[in-house]
Design a binder for this molecule. Structure first.
Ligand SMILES: N[C@@H](Cc1c[nH]c[nH+]1)C(=O)O
Length: 369
């Protein structure tokens, strides 16, 4: 492994950021800025649990809870949905802030340079445009690309023969793979119902000899939760066959053409996947048309489950194989549903990605990735 030079100084990172932003600008993007202090109350929810826990939150006497921007995508989508009706491409450069609780070597403040395509092209073409642009910019660093598609997982959940409540729980926990597994074990009857839960459900009136209420939940809330648990206990288990298909799906990790063949196989028994698999296929064609070697490009069905919770389609990243301890040098994905949530009923297809100029500068100075 080649030694990596230290983190370059702020001025060098800023210069690299300016260079990258100019490349995005030359690709047709309009330069935008967003405030560093963002309203926390509504926006934080859109990121999901992980970022919510890692955002720096502070309070403002006039504006209420504020956070130091943890990314640009949410404020840029918000700006676009509020003001622009036309399709657009945007680029930006600046710092984002994320608390690090486990690894002191990870930066809690770093630069991102981003490119976002909002409604400017059909989804497969826009996905391919963003990926190919970033792929081209990073080519001299010889990084390893990864791709996936959250839409595949969501379609598989939609197609399960189970209650809406269970599907909603699975959708919520797509981002926590271990929790997701545990839920599948439980919903399929493979894992026993915990004894305390069984006792609670067996009691005629679980609240009868309860202690005085000391927690934050009121009695009505507790009763509603017990009713939901009872309804869940009565639901038929997810079938063995479906659990196996889901496991097979989550294990898909091949080159794009092989992954597509696997996905098509699985979709024979899981017809709900068909639309999402067709979307993967259309994207591969669009990537190919942009000169990406899809024959060697990896596709991993589980990829992206540790990233932004607003992704709902294509996801991708670029990492250094020579320095696997570094975070991804670039990452991104599709977030159509986020535009719906911020668009007051309006939705536009949208996809984008970011590059970390600090890592680009560092790897370039190191000679190779
Ligand atoms: N905002 C994302 C990256 C991204 C930009 N556009 C789409 N995804 C992040 O900070 O990880």
């Amino acid at each position: 492994m080649m030694d990596l030079p230290d983190q370059p100084g702020r001025a060098a990172i800023r210069a690299e950021a300016a260079r990258l932003r100019a490349v995005f600008e030359a690709a047709g993007a309009e330069v935008v800025e967003t405030a560093i202090l963002q309203p926390a109350d509504v926006l934080l929810d859109l990121y999901g649990e992980d970022i919510r826990a890692r955002a720096y939150v502070t309070s403002d006497p006039l504006k209420g809870e504020q956070m130091l921007r943890p990314d640009f995508t949410v404020p840029v989508v918000q700006m676009h949905m509020e003001s622009a009706a036309e399709p657009a491409r945007y680029t930006y450069a600046g710092e984002v802030f994320r608390r690090q609780e486990d690894d002191p070597r990870r930066a809690n403040e770093y630069f991102q340079v981003g490119y976002e395509v909002m409604g400017a092209a059909a989804p497969p073409e826009a996905d391919a445009e963003v990926f190919a642009l970033i792929h081209g910019i990073l080519a001299p660093l010889g990084l390893a690309p990864a791709t996936g598609d959250i839409g595949i997982l969501m379609a598989a959940i939609d197609g399960l023969g189970t209650t809406e409540a269970r599907k909603a729980a699975l959708r919520r926990h797509v981002w926590r793979p271990r929790r997701f597994r545990a839920l599948i074990e439980r919903f399929s009857g493979r894992a026993p119902v915990p004894a305390s839960r069984a006792a609670l459900l067996a009691a005629a009136d679980p609240m009868a000899d309860a202690h005085p209420l000391i927690g934050l939940r009121g009695e009505a809330e507790i009763s509603a939760r017990i009713a939901a648990l009872r309804a869940d206990a009565e639901a038929a288990p997810i079938s063995e066959g479906e659990v196996e298909l889901l496991s097979a799906l989550l294990a898909v990790r091949e080159t794009c053409p092989n992954a597509l063949a696997r996905l098509r196989d699985i979709a024979v028994d899981m017809p709900a996947l068909r639309g999402a698999v067709d979307a993967v296929s259309a994207r591969m064609d669009a990537l190919d048309a942009r000169g990406i070697d899809v024959g060697t490009l990896p596709f991993e069905a589980s990829y992206g489950r540790a990233q932004m919770e607003y992704y709902d389609g294509f996801v991708f990243g670029f990492t250094s194989e020579a320095h696997p301890d570094l975070p991804p040098v670039a990452s991104g994905g599709r977030y159509d549903a986020l535009t719906r949530r911020l668009g007051a009923g309006r939705e536009i297809p949208a996809v984008g990605g970011v590059i970390r100029p600090g890592l680009v500068a560092r790897l370039s100075a190191g000679g190779a990735a």
